[in-house]
Design a protein around this ligand. Sequence first.
Ligand SMILES: Cc1cc2nc3c(=O)[nH]c(=O)nc-3n(C[C@H](O)[C@H](O)[C@H](O)COP(=O)(O)OP(=O)(O)OC[C@H]3O[C@@H](n4cnc5c(N)ncnc54)[C@H](O)[C@@H]3O)c2cc1C
Ligand SMILES: NC(=O)c1ccc[n+]([C@@H]2O[C@H](COP(=O)([O-])OP(=O)(O)OC[C@H]3O[C@@H](n4cnc5c(N)ncnc54)[C@H](O)[C@@H]3O)[C@@H](O)[C@H]2O)c1
Ligand code: SF4
Ligand code: FES
Length: 822
Amino acid sequence: MRRKLVMIGNGMAGVSFVEQLLKLNPQRYEITIIGAEPHPNYNRIMLSSVLAGEASMKDIILNDWNWYRDNGIALHTGQLVTSVDTEARMVTTDQGLALPYDELVFATGSLPFMLPLPGADKEGVIAFRDIKDCETMIETAKNYRKAIVIGGGLLGIEAARGLVNLGMEVSVVHIFGYLMERQLDATASRMLQAELEGQGMKFLLEKQSDSITGEDRVTGLTFKDGTHEEADLIVMAAGIRPNVQLAKSAGLEVNRGIVVNDHMECSIPNIYSVGECAEHRGVVYGLVAPLYEQGAVLAKKLAGVESDGYQGSVLSTKLKVSGVNVFSAGHFVDGPGTKALRVQDDLDGVYKKVVFENGKVIGAVLFGDTSDSSRLFSVIRSGKDFTGNEKEVLFGPSGGGGTGKAPSTAELVSAMSGDEIVCGCNGVTKDTLVEAITEKGCVSVGELKACTKASGGCGGCKPLVEAILTTTLGADQVAVVKEGICGCTTLTRDEVVAAIRKMHLTTTKEVMHVLEWNNSEGCSKCRPALNYYLGMAFPEEHEDELESRFVNERNHANIQKDGTFSVVPRIYGGVTTPGDLKKIATVAEKYEVPLVKITGGQRIDLLGVKKEDLPGMWKDLDMPSGYAYGKALRTVKTCVGNTFCRFGTQDAIKMGIDLEKKFERLNTPHKVKLAVSGCPRNCAEATIKDLGVVAIDGGWEIYVAGNGGTRVRAADLLTKVKTEEEVLAWTGAYLQLYRETANYMERTSEWSLRIGLDAIKAALEKQEDRDALNARIDRTLDLMKDPWRQIIENDDLRSAFDALTAPVDAAAAAAADGIAKS
Ligand SMILES: Cc1cc2nc3c(=O)[nH]c(=O)nc-3n(C[C@H](O)[C@H](O)[C@H](O)COP(=O)(O)OP(=O)(O)OC[C@H]3O[C@@H](n4cnc5c(N)ncnc54)[C@H](O)[C@@H]3O)c2cc1C
Ligand SMILES: NC(=O)c1ccc[n+]([C@@H]2O[C@H](COP(=O)([O-])OP(=O)(O)OC[C@H]3O[C@@H](n4cnc5c(N)ncnc54)[C@H](O)[C@@H]3O)[C@@H](O)[C@H]2O)c1
Ligand code: SF4
Ligand code: FES
């Protein structure tokens, strides 16, 4: 007869333990799990990504309902275990379920610490711990503006970032003088604060909260110093407390957590504990990597496999805020008996600190550049002596004494044992990754992520996952690694497009179904890409899927950081008329537009527009959309050319207007900017554009794949032509080649570097090839309609447009990649 194993808690640590146990000894137990939350086991870590709009609730399920069924596990969700009778070996739930056990596991995790402030029971005061909290925040952001997060630790900052992405104004209240004091030193913390302020967060440091104001719903927070801050939402992220009350009342030895020995056994026989509720050698852990290690030890214990037991863990953390690289591990605070090596580069915003004790590395903090994180973490855990060679740890080998030598990444990988966890967020070991590479044929980090989930959480393990891939496959194999277009598929862009064409697929759903996407809804990366590829392949048949478009494209306007919009009408070649200027002025006055701005692309931007005013403004303007929000042709900048300029050799204005009139509304993989200069003095800066035309004596030079912005790149000369017609024909052929062969979201500069200028020239060399490309682009251009006009004139489109909710979209826009949930 199988022994009855009952587990209280259906969270990450507990279920990971069960997974390990099933691998070691699947038949030994009849397993029952009781979980208070109404969900199967999900990745709590990824709630930050859900809040930030980078993942959906669906993406974060770790073990779906089928997993429990397939493994014969009886799962009772939405039930709270209320008592444990250790004599009778029986647990009872709040719904009257009584379950006998032979072995009992407490995996009850933690509870968020809610500051006992007067008013803390008001509506709008929440924690950030589970799916419900996450949903509450997303809903609140739709109707309210101001949020306060109490606690400037990892959780508080991730919550704040998510709320900023949701369009809220966020203040983080922190009790100390600098953020994340448990993970960072003051220098790294200040650099972090500056970076986060740049992302739109406000910080109130050294502030002690006193009381929460409001009637039924929160209206603000008052501090002990008498100051007050308004708020529609308060998120408490001031730490967690092990959830031990049940264990205590069952008579188990409980300190801060449920006391366990090295084999995760509690003070009463046949009862064990893993996870945030357990206290091992006086330490309670609050990160998943050590909890997974605990789970592996308990699995061995209950499977009857010998082990050395759990020895405690060195911790490392990485903040999951995009655009910020912070890493911290071990004992990073230097003090008596320690020496620190510091590198600070204010120019590039990089800070590195390594702390030594008796020649051993005991901790590290990295800001700005975290590429060394895996190596440093391994060095800390190795306990090697670097006496005399300390600088090698950061700067590489220098000779000298000591017994330690900083390992290369390859050495680091080979020194790792198979059961060592590589991805802490998802509990993926080196063995699992190697098996996925050698037996399941994974050849890229993307495929490994899809197969094992490694690197799908904080992303901190990505360098190590890459290193394992390179070491296992050999560098030459990795060089030809294919990257799936996203985690939903292992197929590359070329494979997907080829399949669309071959099988004549016309909707994103069809593509996902036929090509066996591992996530039937797709994700924010693949859905807009598929929508584009389908429209490119079958322009006549494909119906544009609004819900798969980026949020700015759905609104036909750019959402600004305060949730308002900007309106940019088309001004061909930067040439306007008094009549158009009058219309713009009238509209700006009528709708009380706060800011009217001349853009870098020679047109006029009306900023600060309310969403409900957009259609009215479009109608009153009666000008075409400038597509300032789209993956499309944006502007054609021109100089005055020979119309007025004494240096001009050609009519740059006419050339620019002709180009813009021909290619306006063209959907492209990424935005496309053009320019025309009337002589080589190049006043229109044509050589940093996706396509630039420069007049020369007796003709035109066409430059391609230039870029301004953050990655400036001078364009390459594609060809020289004599006539305006040839400029139009070469431009059409070039743009269509880009449309047909680039990855979605790949600028022409990146595309050209990837496939090579010679390949582009070869594809455009023959007249017949250019003609064929032009025939295809013309077919597409013929179908394009002005979106503003369509919405004004078509009632259905207008209703669909009115139904788009502005604040949520503002949030998604801030994340720069929000697409509608289907
Ligand atoms: C937003 C967020 C982001 C995070 N990011 C990271 C990160 O990047 N890296 C990292 O390492 N860690 C991170 N963490 C921490 C990590 O999620 C936790 O360490 C981990 O989830 C703890 O797992 P656990 O199984 O011990 O507890 P939990 O996941 O809390 O699971 C315990 C479960 O037991 C249930 N339960 C409790 N009592 C009972 C009862 N009496 N009856 C029935 N069920 C009960 C609870 O409802 C809960 O579902 C994050 C946490 C949050 C909230
Ligand atoms: N990226 C990650 O690894 C990650 C992300 C989120 C959460 N987590 C984990 O989740 C758990 C909860 O995170 P957390 O940040 O709440 O815990 P924490 O204990 O690490 O941080 C809480 C912060 O709140 C501050 N604080 C305490 N009382 C306060 C008060 N009255 N007013 C203002 N500030 C106050 C503390 O100084 C501390 O910095 C932790 O175990 C954390 O490690 C990890
Ligand atoms: S690029 Fe030449 S033609 Fe055009 S404005 Fe400058 S100098 Fe004049
Ligand atoms: S360690 Fe966070 S994703 Fe792997």
